[in-house]
Structure formats: C-alpha cells, structure tokens
Design a protein around this ligand. Structure first.
Ligand code: NAI
Length: 286
C-alpha cells in the first residue's frame, strides 16, 4: 500500500523540501506539504498556473501531484502562542489553522494518518552576524524556527503516524565544524537539531517504532541559502575540496530521504547521514 508523507518547508521548486517530495512521489508516496504562511499565495498560484510543471516531472514522465498544501508557521504551536501583531499582519490574514497543532489536526481530519514526516525548514534572522555578535533574541529565534520546530512537529504528528514510519530533518555540518558565515546561532540550532534527533529516535522508537534521522546536506543554492550570502563560495569550495568533485544535486538528498523512509533503512535511526559528496570526511582542503 502507498505511504503518505507530510513535508514541512516547501515554498518553491528550488529547495531540498521540493526534491524530497519528488523522490517520495516517485517511490509511490502521496504528498502533502506545509508552506510558510507568508509564502503560501505565491506558491499556490505558481502551482496552479503551471510554473512548476517542468520541475514536477518524474522519471516516468508523470507529474508529481501534491494532494494538499497546508499553510504553516512552525514557530507557533497553537493559536494561544500567536502574538496580536502576527494575527493582524496582512501576510497572515487570509490563512487559518496554520499553527503546528492545528495543521496536525487538519491533516488528521483530511487524511487520518501519515507515514513520513519531513522537516525541511530553518530561519535565523541574524544569520549574517557572527555568533559573538548575535543578540539573545536572534539566537533564540534561530533555535525556535530551526530546532524546536522539529520537536513540535514530531510531538503533534506522532499521534497520527503509523507504526514503522519515519521522520527526517535537514542539518548542516556547521553544527560540528567551524563554518564562518553561518552565524546568528544557526550553527547552534543545527547542533541542537542533531542532538534532538538522537533523543527523539529513542522516544519515537520506543513509543511507536518510528525512526528519526537527519540528513547533513552539502551546499545547495536554495532561496534560504542565497539569503545567507555565502552559498556560491561554499558550492565552489565543496567542488574543489570534496572527494567527489561534482555539483551536489537536490535530487541526491531527495533520494536519500526516500531510502531513509523505506524498509531498506529499517535499522537506521538516530543517525546523521551525510549527503555532501564526502566533504565532511576531509581534514584539510586540497
Ligand atoms: P528553502 O528555502 O527551500 O527551504 C526553507 C523553507 O523554510 C522555506 O520554504 C521557508 O518558507 C520555510 N520556513 C522558514 N521559516 C518557517 C516557519 N517559521 N514555518 C514554516 N516554514 C518556514 O531552503 P533549503 O536550503 O532547501 O532549506 C531546507 C533545509 O535544508 C533547512 O533546514 C536548511 O537548513 C537545510 N540545509 C540547507 C543547505 C543548503 O545549502 N541549502 C545545506 C544543509 C542543510
């Protein structure tokens, strides 16, 4: 029987979330996505107008279908958490039920259960500031949007996940090695995400036999990465220095997510899986 996936963090066809959706769809999964509220209108109208049709193409020539797009802001767990200025913000006005708890409730109402949960989102308002110049507010915002958002998704979706399911997030090697330029507490957020992956693997494994892993991906010129500012340099650096001297495609990360969500990976949980052309294994650049 087909599996159902909910992928949080898809707002265009450039990022890892989109590529993961495609690989899961190609493997036969039904696709639901969660799209950041302020990006929802553009994403939905682009989908409707066929702007993504070329990149919706799967290997067999068919187009990936997205059964439903849910508005989501993973920084808020329930309506009580949403501050007045956000509630009344024009970019949020048209959408409803977009807190994590409400989205999980809506998915339950619409589809009953899911098998695969993907967290492909991050945000650090002070990412361009060095860690030592980051404000408390900026640091906590990075952790809230990029790390706690995963705990919240797992917390609220676990009750509707079928036993044997899989949860996946995306991390970056800046969690464990110094990557100047990945600031604002984003390196800290990824360190938390990786540590939480282990603890969540224990808890979800014991509770429901659900596996929890994270993919440490190499650099990709996504919308989020371009906002950081140093992505072209990181892509060049990887090309020059990694064991595999080729460009990393988002599809390679997508395919790994499909593998990790399949029975082929039935004993893999609590793991950080590198999909980076091997760059993580290098000690010096050559
Ligand atoms: P992306 O721009 O495609 O994805 C980030 C998404 O997060 C966007 O769709 C954005 O709308 C969404 N988002 C931001 N704040 C949100 C919130 N509060 N609630 C809901 N959605 C929110 O960019 P990318 O790069 O594909 O990012 C996906 C994941 O991959 C992130 O966790 C990122 O840190 C990770 N990653 C990216 C790398 C890269 O070089 N692009 C390298 C390693 C990891």
């Amino acid at each position: 029987k087909g599996k159902r996936a909910f992928i949080a963090g898809v707002a265009d066809d450039n990022g890892y979330g989109w590529a993961i959706a495609k690989s899961l769809a190609a493997a036969g999964a039904e696709i639901l996505v969660g799209t950041w509220v302020p990006a929802l209108n553009i994403f939905e109208s682009s989908l409707r107008r066929g702007k993504f049709d070329e990149s919706r193409k799967l290997q067999d020539g068919s187009l990936m279908e997205i059964s439903k797009v849910y508005p989501l802001d993973a920084v808020y767990d329930n309506p009580e958490d949403v501050p007045e200025d956000v509630k009344t913000n024009k970019r949020y006005a048209g959408a409803t039920n977009w807190t994590v708890q409400e989205v999980a409730e809506s998915v339950k109402k619409d589809f009953g259960t899911i098998d695969i949960l993907v967290h492909s989102l991050a945000n650090g308002p002070e990412v361009s500031k060095p860690l030592s110049e980051t404000s408390r507010k900026g640091y906590l915002a990075a952790l809230s949007a990029s790390s706690y958002s995963y705990i919240s998704l797992v917390k609220h979706f676990l009750p509707i996940m079928n036993p044997g399911g899989s949860a996946i997030s995306l991390t970056y090697i800046a969690s464990e090695r110094i990557i100047p330029g990945y600031g604002g507490g984003m390196s800290s957020a990824k360190a938390a995400l990786e540590s939480d992956t282990r603890v969540l693997a224990f808890e979800a494994g014991r509770k429901k036999r659900i596996r929890v892993n994270t993919i440490s991906a190499g650099p990709l010129g996504s919308r989020a990465a371009k906002a950081i500012g140093f992505i072209d340099m990181m892509i060049d650096y990887s090309f020059t220095n990694a064991p595999l001297q080729k460009e990393l495609s988002a599809e390679e990360v997508g395919n790994t997510a499909a593998f990790l969500s399949s029975p082929l990976a039935s004993a893999i949980t609590g793991a950080v899986i590198y999909v980076d052309n091997g760059l993580n294994a290098m000690g010096v650049g050559v």
